[in-house]
Ligand binder design. Sequence first.
Ligand SMILES: NC(=O)c1ccc[n+]([C@@H]2O[C@H](COP(=O)([O-])OP(=O)(O)OC[C@H]3O[C@@H](n4cnc5c(N)ncnc54)[C@H](OP(=O)(O)O)[C@@H]3O)[C@@H](O)[C@H]2O)c1
Length: 275
Amino acid sequence: MQISPATAVCGILLHPASHTRSPAMHNAAYDALGLDAVFVAFDVPPARLAEAVAGARALGVRQLAVSIPHKEAVLAHADEVDETARRIGAANTLTLANGRWLASNTDWIGLARALERETALSGRRAVVLGAGGTARAAAFALRARGAHVSVLNRTLERAEALARDLGATAAGTLAALARLDYDVLVNTTSVGLSRDESPVAAAALRPGAVVLDVVYDPPETRLLRDARERGLRGIGGKWMLVEQAVEQIRLWSGKTPPSDVLARAFDEARGTTAT
Ligand SMILES: NC(=O)c1ccc[n+]([C@@H]2O[C@H](COP(=O)([O-])OP(=O)(O)OC[C@H]3O[C@@H](n4cnc5c(N)ncnc54)[C@H](OP(=O)(O)O)[C@@H]3O)[C@@H](O)[C@H]2O)c1
């Protein structure tokens, strides 16, 4: 990579930053597209978020990806929030336009495209496990693609609030999965992240369904292993991460990088980062 006075600077705001593979993915995409740009990680604790966002604006940073724990708090620091990020209640992207930060959400697009690698979504019965920020992006994505969405969550009140906001049905706690018929299952709980546990019993997995686990480390979670062993099609969280980044790059540069380039960079960065 050649750095010039014209090199565009982009980055990711997160805390802690040790685990991120976003710089590897974005820089590989810039290379593939021939963009004069560089992407770096900014480890910003919550107390410094406002300063970081204002400082990056002043420096002319072209885009900031926004990750845990800032996705909800960042809405208050953007100059404008697009309609989708407002409905989801979280943004994972700030893009500079005329010196102003526009907050948007590409997680939902990443999730929809990851699922669409294996199945059409219109008219399908989908179940979302979880009711946090990622669950809200999932429910939005599935509704936008014409699916019927049921939400299950450990804390039922949160499932009910999500369902009200996003046109889904709150169908109970996680154990209720055994009673439901569904074509698509999306896990957005953090169960399975670095632990060999599944949020649901293997016996509740419906033959023929497609299962997406948003957790990307390990690459095959217990849920995906259970799904594979029962003959269901599984999709790892890597593809959601890759596709949401593809959309971020399109937003600031107007160019769409090949997903495979980002996926390869993600795989190669494993072992050089904590996750
Ligand atoms: N692949 C990607 O591109 C991508 C993008 C974004 C996020 N993610 C991943 O998505 C996951 C969720 O992120 P988030 O921001 O939505 O988190 P969040 O807002 O904190 O929500 C966490 C959810 O997990 C549930 N949960 C946590 N521990 C549980 C347990 N032991 N048993 C049952 N349920 C449990 C919570 O239930 P309660 O409501 O009962 O607490 C809540 O529904 C993280 O692992 C994150 O890394 C992946």
